[in-house]
Design a protein around this ligand. Structure first.
Ligand SMILES: NC(=O)c1ccc[n+]([C@@H]2O[C@H](COP(=O)([O-])OP(=O)(O)OC[C@H]3O[C@@H](n4cnc5c(N)ncnc54)[C@H](O)[C@@H]3O)[C@@H](O)[C@H]2O)c1
Length: 445
């Protein structure tokens, strides 16, 4: 089109020049040369001006088309790299359903929050191994090395368990999951763990342990049918309680850390959702859980690392130089307690967000019942690692730690059949074996 107009314009110029030639015909031969040369100059000038104008039109047209194409390309490629959601779509839904598939009659269908965490990984595997459907949810936060969480996710994937990357506060995601799957149970383990980190990042405890817990309860309350919920509270709710061993009806109104306060608040929030909406809720107060795939922020793990690297370890001492002691509980015993809590949980009694009759509300201690002092823990590690620790003993700072924990598990024994069987020596042996394998593999990479 542009070329056609261009040619037409040139044709008109030539016609114009012809009439110019006629009008300006010289009357005398002497003048001819001069007239001719003027005429040629004008002809050339006009040709030059017209061509220049059209060249400009073509260049600007070319630039415009290039910019437009660039813009359109960017628009398309932006849509490709930034999906609206990291979850959703037919293939995602297929994955979710496959992960929730049960392989035994009466198998549970469990949503495990915090599935890429230490306890979540073990509980998910145990459920899957006995034929239950399991779907994991975890936000893979970097409170400790997320590569360990990714390795656990890989392990779960190899066993047919999908762990969705998402936050428990994502209400749209939770709604989508509950629309897609009729979960019989929710094993809620996602939380901001650790006591000392609250000095650095208090908001993370509120985000996960308070707001997140409410978001999970809200989703469960609205689901139809409502699932039964088992969730992780903590021995830390006993706080400054001095009566030993700790029993479920002991005082829990003196938390020594923000972590403990959020777990205690969680127990009260659980009461509310049970009371108003008929959710069946079981809180488990875990006592210092340890074992393979454990948490690097915990003393037994970080001590192992430092001892092997020849670095000093800091051991806290309580008032009057009394050693701190913990009721260390091996992960396999905790898993048995979790599964027993799921199996014995009564059904929730609400529907459509309304309670129809009273529902079950339970709390159990899951501990080992035999506290061990921290220096003894180090003795055992030295023996297993065959390396002497460089001990740096200091007075316990006021950072949220309590001097000792000791569980009475009579209630869990009676009602859940809970019976811890692993002593610290045998449990740490399994941990050290895993630690060496895992870190040898990963440090090679
Ligand atoms: N390990 C123990 O000794 C112990 C003792 C008492 C209580 N607990 C409780 O048991 C549960 C499991 O503990 P753990 O030792 O496996 O800890 P963990 O940190 O290994 O596991 C918790 C997981 O939850 C995830 N998570 C945290 N906030 C989340 C959020 N907002 N949305 C989605 N995922 C989120 C984390 O990424 C992590 O993978 C926690 O509730 C913890 O408070 C543990």
């Amino acid at each position: 089109m542009a070329l056609h107009t261009f040619l037409k314009a040139n044709q008109q110029n030539l016609l114009g020049l012809q009439s110019d030639m006629q009008e300006n015909s010289p009357s005398t031969p002497g003048k001819v040369k001069v007239e001719r040369s003027n005429y040629l100059t004008r002809l050339t000038n006009r040709w030059y001006t017209t061509s220049l104008a059209w060249t400009k039109v073509l260049i600007w047209g070319f630039i415009f088309i290039t910019l437009l194409a660039g813009f359109l390309f960017k628009l398309i490629s932006t849509h490709k790299t930034v999906p609206l959601n990291t979850w959703g779509g037919l293939s995602w839904e297929k994955h979710v359903k496959h992960s929730c598939h049960t392989k035994r009659d009466g198998g549970l269908v469990v949503l495990v929050t915090g599935a890429a965490g230490f306890v979540g990984t073990h509980v998910s595997l145990a459920l899957k191994k006995r034929g239950d459907g399991v779907l994991g949810l975890d936000n893979f936060n970097n409170y400790y090395d997320p590569s360990l969480k990714r390795s656990r996710q890989g392990l779960l994937e190899r066993h047919g368990i999908l762990v969705i990357e998402g936050d428990i506060n994502d209400t749209l995601l939770l709604k989508k999951l509950f629309d897609l799957i009729s979960f019989t149970h929710v094993m809620h383990l996602a939380a901001q763990a650790g006591v000392r980190y609250a000095l650095e990042n208090p908001g993370s405890y509120i985000h996960s342990n308070i707001a997140g817990l409410v978001a999970v309860f809200e989703a469960c309350k609205s689901a139809n049918p409502q699932p039964s919920i088992v969730w992780a509270s903590s021995s830390s709710v006993y706080g400054l309680n001095t009566k030993v061993p700790f029993t479920e009806d002991d005082r829990t109104d003196q938390p020594a850390s923000l972590y403990a306060a959020t777990k205690k608040a969680g127990e009260e929030i659980a009461h509310t959702y049970n009371h108003i909406y008929g959710l069946s809720i079981t809180g488990l107060r875990f006592f210092t859980v340890y074992g393979p795939w454990g948490r690097p922020d915990m003393a037994y793990y970080s001590f192992t690392k430092s001892i092997l690297q020849g670095k000093p370890i800091t051991i806290y001492q309580g008032a009057n130089e009394v050693d701190l002691a913990r009721d260390f509980t091996f992960i396999d015993d905790i898993v048995k307690g979790c599964l027993a809590a799921l199996d014995t949980a009564e059904k929730s009694t609400g529907s459509g967000g309304k309670k129809h009759r009273p529902a079950s509300l339970r709390v159990y201690n899951l501990g080992n019942t035999s506290p061990v002092s921290v220096p003894t823990l180090v003795d055992i590690l030295e023996e297993l690692l065959k390396v002497k620790a460089v001990r740096h003993v200091v007075k316990m700072p006021r950072n949220g730690d309590v001097p000792f924990t000791h569980a009475n598990v009579t209630l869990a024994k009676t009602e859940l059949g809970y019976n811890p069987t692993t002593d610290l020596q045998s449990g740490l042996k399994k941990f050290v074996k895993w630690y060496r394998n895992y870190h040898n593999e990963h440090e090679k990479m």
